[in-house]
Design a protein around this ligand. Sequence first.
Ligand code: R5P
Length: 290
Amino acid sequence: MPEADSTTEVKNFYLDIPAQTTGQFYLKGSGALDWGMQNRLSRVFRPATGRTVMLAIDHGYFQGPTTGLERVDVNILPLVPYADALMCTRGILRSTIPSSSATPVVLRASGGPSILKELSHEELAIDIDDALRLNVCALAVQVFIGGEFETQTVHNMTRLVDLGLRYGMPVMAVTAVGKEMARDARYLRMACRICAELGAQFVKTYYVAEGFETVTASCPVPIVMAGGKKLPELDALTMAYRAMQEGAAGVDMGRNIFQSDSPTGMIQAVSKVVHEGMKPTEAYDLYRTS
Ligand code: R5P
């Protein structure tokens, strides 16, 4: 049994120092979130910059062994320490990513149709219990605004947001643009805003050269830029640079990193652009020399 604490005369209550408050949380639109959710978000978005470089390798959930992801153990594991967060499926996480990894995980939480079918026909593909068991920092759900199964995918997101709020798990809505839809600022403004209005804590969307700043400005929560199909490295770095200048809070890039000639060089170059505002040409030199 511990001894009674009777030495009150040596305690110091610092009566002259006002109690510190925790202050404003640094991420856009996230100030009213609970402590656990803010803590998870602060693992994904670096507190020092408020930005993130997420490495997306979840492509297999609808298209199988994508070029560059045939052997995640060989090609991707060396990149993981350079990412602020890894976006992947639970299958790859359990089978291939060491549990000792310090990189936080954003877990793919929707799925169903393969690339051979109507992609918007997704459902939730994981229990919140499993996400908690895997100690992930956020869940990702595809939302097909204007798609054939638009309402179903919005409902997937709102159900996931409800579950996430119960347990302090942020939800990232991914705005999927169907082949038949115009990928312009007008569409992306609508899609991102719908996701935020219905509760997503952050949104992943595509960059557009015209009006991207209106997409970020009209979305009340952080936006991370999706990478999309492989571009020449300088073009990809320029796109990331512009997205950051125009209000993005980071990037979530896959093919433009792991399909590069030098994935390690590319992810480091992207990180410089995102966190330090390095100019694209300078970042390109870094990519070429690493
Ligand atoms: C699908 O829409 C997914 O979110 C992707 O599998 C992935 O995250 C896309 O990454 P990227 O377009 O940068 O290769």
